[in-house]
Design a protein around this ligand. Structure first.
Ligand code: PLP
Length: 338
C-alpha cells in the first residue's frame, strides 16, 4: 500500500535542507549551462555525505526492531561505514563493519587514514576481507553469528542501499523540488555519482512520486552501464512502490559508464583534473572515488554540448572528502602539475 514519506519512521541525523548553491565560476569555465550544486556533502554527520540521509530511516528501523548493534560492510575507505559508525555512537548502538580490500595498489596509509581513522575513533570493530567476495553475504553471515551469540544485530547492506535507506533520497528529491521552485529554476538535468544505487534509485523514486519529469544522469563509479541500470531500476521500483501505485519505467534510469577509469576507487586522470578544477574555481572539495568521477562526467558531458546551454543543471554533491587523505600523494602530485 502506498504511503506518504512522513509515515515512515525516521530519526534526526541530517542537517536539512542542505544548501542549493549556484556555481558562477564553474559555469563560466564550462561555457554554460548554469551549474548548481546540491550540498549533500554538508549533511553534518562526521564530515557529511549521502549515507546520512539513508541512515535516518535505517536507524529508525533498527531501533524499532530492538537492535543493540549495527553490522555493515564497504570498501576500506567506505564513506558509508564511517557515517554508520558515527550514527551508531549517536544512538548508543555498537557497530561492526567488514571492509573489503577492493582497490589494488594503494598508498601505505590507505588502511589507517581517512575514513578508517574515523571508523576507529567511533569505536567500530573492523574486519578486513579480500577483494571479490559477496560482501553483503559475508556481513549477513557475521550478523547471524552475532545473533546466535546473544546480540541483537541489525544488518545494513553496503551503501545503505535497500528500499528503507533509499527513502533518504526520496526525501532529498522532495527537498530539491522545493528549492528548484523557490529559485525559479528551469532544470535540464540532475547529475549524480551512482554506486551501490540507493542515492540514484531514491532520487528517481522521489521525483516520480512527486510527478516531476526532470531527468537524472547517473555517472557510474564502477559498473558497466547495463548492469548499473538494472540494479538502479530494481531498487527504484521497490522504493517507489512504497509511495505510489504507478510503476517506474526502466527508461527513466540513465547511466553513463564512461568515467569509471580503471575501476572502483581508482581515479582516472579526468577524475583528478575535475577535482583540481572545482577546487580552484569554487573552493569545493570533491573525492577521487565518487563525487570526482561524477563531476568528471558532468564536465565531459558539458564539453560534448549534451546539456542545453540555457538550462540549469544541478550536480548532487554526495560528499567523500574524508577519503582524500588516503589518496594524498596522488592528489598532491596532480595539484602541483595542475
Ligand atoms: C556512497 C557514495 C556515493 C554513491 O551513492 P550510492 O547510493 O552508493 O549509489 C556517491 N558519493 C559518495 C561520496 C559516496 O560515499
Amino acid at each position: 500500500m502506498a504511503k506518504k514519506l512522513s509515515e515512515f519512521p525516521s530519526v534526526p541525523l541530517c542537517h536539512q535542507p542542505t544548501p542549493l548553491e549556484f556555481m558562477p565560476r564553474m559555469s563560466e569555465s564550462l561555457g554554460g549551462p548554469r551549474l548548481w550544486i546540491k550540498r549533500d556533502d554538508c549533511t553534518g554527520l562526521a564530515t557529511g555525505g549521502n549515507k546520512t540521509r539513508k541512515l535516518e530511516f535505517l536507524i529508525a528501523d533498527a531501533i524499532e526492531k530492538g537492535a543493540d548493534m549495527l553490522v555493515t560492510q564497504g570498501a576500506v575507505q567506505s564513506n558509508h561505514v564511517r557515517q554508520t559508525a558515527a550514527a551508531a555512537c549517536k544512538f548508543g548502538l555498537d557497530c561492526h563493519a567488514l571492509l573489503e580490500r577492493r582497490v589494488p595498489g594503494r598508498e601505505d596509509d590507505y588502511e589507517t587514514t581517512g575514513n578508517v581513522l574515523f571508523d576507529q575513533m567511533f569505536g567500530t570493530s573492523l574486519e578486513f576481507r579480500p577483494a571479490g567476495l559477496d560482501m553483503n553475504a559475508e556481513a549477513l553471515a557475521v550478523t547471524e553469528k552475532l545473533a546466535a551469540a546473544g546480540r541483537k544485530p541489525y544488518f545494513i547492506p553496503g551503501g545503505g542501499s535497500n528500499e528503507i535507506g533509499a527513502l533518504g533520497y526520496v526525501s532529498c528529491a522532495y527537498e530539491l523540488l522545493d528549492q528548484i521552485k523557490a529559485n525559479d529554476l528551469d532544470v535540464g538535468w540532475i547529475v549524480l555519482a551512482t554506486g551501490s544505487t540507493g542515492t540514484h534509485a531514491g532520487m528517481l523514486a522521489g521525483l516520480h512520486a512527486a510527478g516531476s519529469t526532470i531527468p537524472v544522469m547517473g555517472i557510474s563509479v564502477r559498473q558497466p552501464e547495463d548492469k548499473q541500470i538494472a540494479a538502479v531500476h530494481k531498487l527504484a521500483v521497490l522504493t517507489a512502490s512504497q509511495l505510489t501505485d504507478t510503476p517506474i519505467g526502466v527508461e527513466k534510469v540513465i547511466v553513463d559508464d564512461g568515467y569509471v577509469g580503471a575501476g572502483y576507487g581508482q581515479p582516472a586522470q579526468g577524475t583528478l583534473d575535475a577535482i583540481n578544477l572545482i577546487a580552484r574555481r569554487e573552493g569545493l572539495l570533491f573525492d577521487p572515488v565518487y563525487s570526482g568521477k561524477g563531476l568528471a562526467g558532468m564536465i565531459g558531458l558539458a564539453g560534448q554540448n549534451f546539456f542545453e546551454s540555457d538550462k540549469d543543471v544541478i550536480f548532487l554533491h554526495t560528499g567523500g572528502a574524508a577519503a582524500l587523505f588516503a589518496y594524498g600523494n596522488q592528489l598532491a602530485e596532480n595539484a602541483a602539475n595542475g
